[in-house]
Ligand binder design. Structure first.
Ligand SMILES: Nc1ncnc2c1ncn2[C@@H]1O[C@H](COP(=O)(O)OP(=O)(O)OP(=O)(O)O)[C@@H](O)[C@H]1O
Length: 271
């Protein structure tokens, strides 16, 4: 469970004067997130939507302490992030807006194995996680490819695999689909759906609601840092255009799964 209570985040300004939290500007400071309260339970697929600058990235970065709120609290699995940053970063896996920045090794396999190795897992477990994570991004068998020889989209997929291989309790993906081709996009969506069914909470920040809206349990729409929409996808779809978020035609028709599984099957937890 991720619990966000009265979180406000501001940027800029030389002085640390505390504002009253009732508006966007506070002297030179910009209020990016304004008094947000939210709980994300295990196994929930949450979309965070909103126009450019509405506070999506800032909000999700508080989940693992990359952004420290000016006021309010964030707790992950019952522990405040400010009390145990390591626990929060272990529990919350985050794929950044430009995930290519997350690559650390010279080959695909070494990069994806880097995180699990730091967890001190057995070789067999590391190999399993690397194989699973590469399958999820449609890169099975590419362990020995050099990162330097990969395209931008392939690097993005390796970065996503690196976070998947950590098997975090909560997975946050900030605009994860931008550079992905269609097969990779569908493969990642399939895996997100499986993870959700197995109890991982999946939080996707995106402008592009194609395919994902029908997968989500809940949609959070931000406007000027505030929660303007918090609803099930079908209900949210009627309100999102007011936040300048486009709802694609047939958003609920598409089946992103290419494995033959259907909604009913994916909702069955079989572990
Ligand atoms: N490092 C920063 N320094 C100053 N202001 C910032 C910083 N990061 C974000 N902001 C401001 O905070 C507000 C919210 O930004 P944020 O990146 O959280 O929005 P977003 O909804 O994720 O935007 P986008 O869809 O463009 O990625 C914006 O007004 C932005 O200009």
């Amino acid at each position: 469970m991720i619990e966000i209570e009265g979180v406000t985040c501001r940027y800029g300004g030389g002085t640390e004067k505390s504002g009253d939290g009732d508006g966007k500007a506070d002297g030179d400071r910009v209020t990016a997130v304004a008094n947000v309260t939210l709980s994300i339970p295990e196994g929930e697929f949450l979309i965070v939507a909103g126009a450019n600058g509405s506070g999506k990235t800032t909000l999700v970065r508080t989940f693992n302490g990359l952004v420290t709120p000016d006021s309010g609290t964030v707790a992950v699995n019952g522990t405040p992030v400010s009390d145990d940053l390591v626990a929060a970063r272990t529990a919350v896996g985050m794929v950044f807006q430009d995930p290519r920045d997350q690559l650390v090794a010279s080959t695909v396999g070494a990069d994806v194995a880097f995180g699990p190795e730091n967890l001190g897992l057995s070789h067999a477990e590391i190999d399993r996680r690397v194989a699973d994570a590469l399958a999820a991004v449609n890169m099975t068998g590419r362990e020995d490819d050099r990162i330097a020889s990969l395209s931008g989209g392939e690097r993005e997929r390796v970065a996503i695999a690196g976070v998947l291989a950590m098997e975090p309790d909560h997975l946050v993906l900030d605009e994860p689909f931008t550079g992905l081709d269609e097969p990779a996009r569908r493969s990642v969506l399939d895996r997100l759906r499986e993870l959700r069914a197995a109890g991982t909470s999946v939080i996707v920040v995106t402008h592009d609601l194609r395919d994902v809206l029908g997968l989500a349990d809940r949609v959070l729409g931000l406007s000027a840092g505030r929660v303007a929409v918090d609803a099930a996808p079908r209900e949210a779809a009627t309100d999102l255009p007011e936040l300048d978020v486009r709802v694609p035609e047939g958003a609920f028709d598409d089946r992103p799964v290419n494995t033959g599984a259907d909604d009913t099957a994916s909702d069955t937890v079989d572990s």
